[in-house]
Design a protein around this ligand. Structure first.
Ligand code: GAL
Length: 678
């Protein structure tokens, strides 16, 4: 059997040529043996070359504390290998079996109210439980020992979506580990008392043992305690990841280890920018959000994933062929969306396109979640679309290994600002960090300007324009970096509620936004958030919402780009821009939404000398994303509309799509074209 193409960075048989990976989570334990044969036959037909195996197989692999059953997995691994399908083998620790929770109920998580999270679903384990850890690592050791030399083994998949359901555990194990983490962070109780501002409300600690996770309290728990608990909880899961990974590396130093991140929508608990250093390649799961910005959000997440991976190729571990089962209404994908969604991830650097899951379950909580082989079977539109996608990915094999090409502009993303800005006891509960960042991204897409979504800490020097929306938490070194960026000619844009607190969540005093006040040449004495549904007009003819501020200009280098045109703030500056040598620092004091931001960003981008690379007639209708390998560029044109869009004037040989007689590339409704440009 020949081995189909798959990425070079996976362990692979020598005779497999490099290409893109294509596959799914494969859960053969849900099916009788006869179905397995059909599975591998259909996988070949669809062009599948990799599957993730064993993700929820703990109970089947280890039916009792000292009973192991690997025979079925041996058989599946061999069957897959015989059909040229590689395996991303899971460590199977995601969902502990009933015998384990019955024997050791002390591994079950506890919520902030002190209630136990019982078995019955999945991922019911405490990230800090030493008992859970020892059972999990025993299983990892058993799997690593058994399959280390298996020829099908291409990568290791640690657990599954670490923190999906169990990121916040308030148990006694968590309390104990939290104290250890705090000691390492602060060394002394004095330092902790200062950082947490415990002089307030009589909260001073006299002994480490007095400290608890922020459990249900009479009113708002201490904000820095809450923030540190978020930091700690992300780190606790990372520690689990590293513990499993270290065992795998010991057995198979040549097999890369990954775990699937959840860079999407509201998944907020894990600081993946930090986690990326712990895996051999970055993997992400993504599920489309319903609504007008769904595709933009997909692109935003893929873009951020690619930049967290340092621009290197990454692995799309899960997405859906059609509907999911966990949204209030689970909308089926429309014609073309399956391929468009997949290829948008590839456009942003994915070298693997995988789905949850291979065959749609007949039983269990996810039986109405789509799959590559739906309930209807292979005689179905979904399977035909899957097979067509497999063929398209084969056509794209030459781009395997290509990196993201840096864009002229960047949006800075910062988990800690997300956590801190959306905390309780703030000026407004309505503020949404990620939505503001996404609105800026949509504005870039609407202008047809390429932008990278980068984690805070990414060197900014190569970007002409940098937008840092709601960069709420700014430490002194970060403030210095931003100043340095602007002083060396960079163009910075930031927004309301940025630069308000330092790394301990203490307010920068003297007027907002303390950390950036001088750089922006403004001073804000008071916030004036707006109620739900309330808007305030700006003199640009736009309506702003959510937030407004009393902005005073303090530097003669500031130009006011927009003013409030109604209400208490009428006549006051709303959007400002200060020139600083060849650079600038701009500020939007209110929430403008995608349409308003497109207007404002258009002006700011022009002033920064950043322009669209697309012909004017298609800007906004098509997203351009570029990957590059040495002198070869791969330009992706993603049609954001439901109509055919013809893109003129783009050089290159189409790998996907065709050139019309007039030389234009016609990108069909929800379609994607890919051009190879040398
Ligand atoms: C992911 C998970 C998969 C499956 C999928 C459904 O969160 O890793 O196992 O549940 O969601 O969308």
């Amino acid at each position: 059997m020949t081995h189909p193409a798959r990425p070079q960075w996976l362990r692979r048989p020598d005779h497999a040529t490099p290409g893109l990976a294509f596959g799914a989570d494969y859960n053969p334990e849900q099916w009788p043996r006869e179905v397995w044969r059909d599975d591998v036959r259909l996988m070949r037909e669809a062009g599948v070359n990799i599957v993730s195996l064993g993700i929820f197989s703990w109970a089947r692999l280890q039916p009792g504390a000292d009973t192991w059953r690997f025979d079925w997995l041996d058989e599946v691994m061999a069957l897959l290998h015989d059909h040229g399908i590689a395996v991303d083998l899971a460590t199977a620790t995601a969902s502990p079996p009933p015998w384990l929770t019955a024997k050791h109920p002390e591994i079950l998580p506890v919520n902030a109210r002190g209630e136990t999270i019982w078995p019955g679903g999945r991922q019911h384990w405490r990230p800090t439980s030493p008992v859970f850890r020892s059972y999990a690592l025993r299983l990892v050791e058993a799997l690593a020992g058994r399959y280390a030399d298996h020829p099908a083994l291409a990568a290791w998949h640690v657990s599954n979506e670490l923190g999906c359901h169990n990121v916040y555990d308030y148990s006694d194990d968590a309390a104990h580990a939290f104290r250890t983490w705090l000691r390492a962070r602060y060394a002394t109780l004095d330092a902790l008392n200062h950082a947490w501002g415990t002089a307030f409300w009589s909260q001073e600690y006299g002994d480490w043992a007095q400290i608890l996770p922020p459990r249900l309290a009479a009113t708002h728990p201490n904000p820095t305690q809450q923030l540190d608990f978020k930091r700690f909880s992300s780190e606790a899961l990372r520690e689990h990841l590293r513990a499993e990974r270290d065992i795998l590396r010991r057995y198979t130093p040549d097999v890369p280890v990954t775990t699937n991140f959840m860079i999407m929508g509201g998944t907020k608990g894990m600081d993946y920018a930090a986690w990326a250093a712990d895996v051999d390649f970055v993997s992400n799961d993504h599920y489309l959000e319903p609504g007008p910005q769904g595709l933009d959000e997909l692109s935003f997440s893929a873009n951020l994933t690619g930049n967290i991976a340092g621009g290197r190729p990454w692995f799309l571990m899960e997405h859906a062929t059609s509907a999911v089962n966990w949204q209030p209404v689970n909308v089926a994908k429309k014609q073309g969306e399956l391929a468009r969604d997949s290829l948008t991830h590839v456009a942003h650097g994915a070298d693997a396109v995988c789905f949850f899951q291979w065959r749609q379950s007949a039983a269990g909580a996810e039986k109405f979640h789509s799959a590559m082989v739906p309930h209807a079977g292979s005689d179905s539109d979904v399977f035909r679309s899957v097979t067509r996608l497999g063929a398209t990915l084969r056509d794209l094999a030459p781009l395997a290994g290509a990196h993201r090409e840096q864009a002229p502009a960047a949006i800075v993303f910062h988990w800690e600002s997300w956590w801190a800005a959306e905390a309780d006891s703030h000026p407004s509960d309505l503020l949404r960090y990620r939505e503001e960042a996404l609105d800026w991204y949509t504005a870039f897409l609407d202008l047809g300007i390429r932008v990278d979504v980068v984690p805070l800490g990414t060197p900014l020097a190569g970007y002409r324009l940098v937008v840092a929306p709601i960069l709420h938490m700014i430490s002194e070194p970060v403030a210095e970096d931003l100043r340095g960026y602007v002083e060396s000619g960079g163009h910075l844009v930031t927004t309301y509620f940025s630069g308000i607190v330092d790394e301990h969540d203490h307010v920068w005093l003297g007027g907002h936004p303390g950390a950036l006040r001088d750089l922006l040449g403004i001073r804000v004495e008071e916030f004036a958030p707006l109620r739900r549904g309330e808007t305030v007009p700006l003199d640009l003819g736009l309506d702003a919402s959510l937030w407004s501020e009393h902005v005073q200009v303090t530097s003669p280098d500031v130009t006011v780009l927009a003013r409030y045109a109604g209400g208490e703030l009428a006549g006051r500056p709303a959007v400002t821009r200060r020139t600083v040598g060849a650079g600038s620092a701009a500020y939007a004091s209110t929430c403008l939404g995608p349409a308003g931001l497109t207007r404002v960003l258009g002006t700011l981008a022009e002033a920064a000398g950043v322009a669209s690379e697309l012909p004017p007639s298609v800007r906004g209708q098509v997203e351009l994303a570029v990957r590059r390998q040495d002198e070869v560029r791969y330009a992706f044109l993603v049609n954001r509309t439901d109509r055919t869009v013809t893109v003129a004037g783009m050089a290159g040989e189409p790998l996907v799509g065709t050139r019309g007689p007039d030389g234009g590339i016609a990108v069909g409704p929800r379609g994607v074209a890919v051009l190879r440009q040398s």
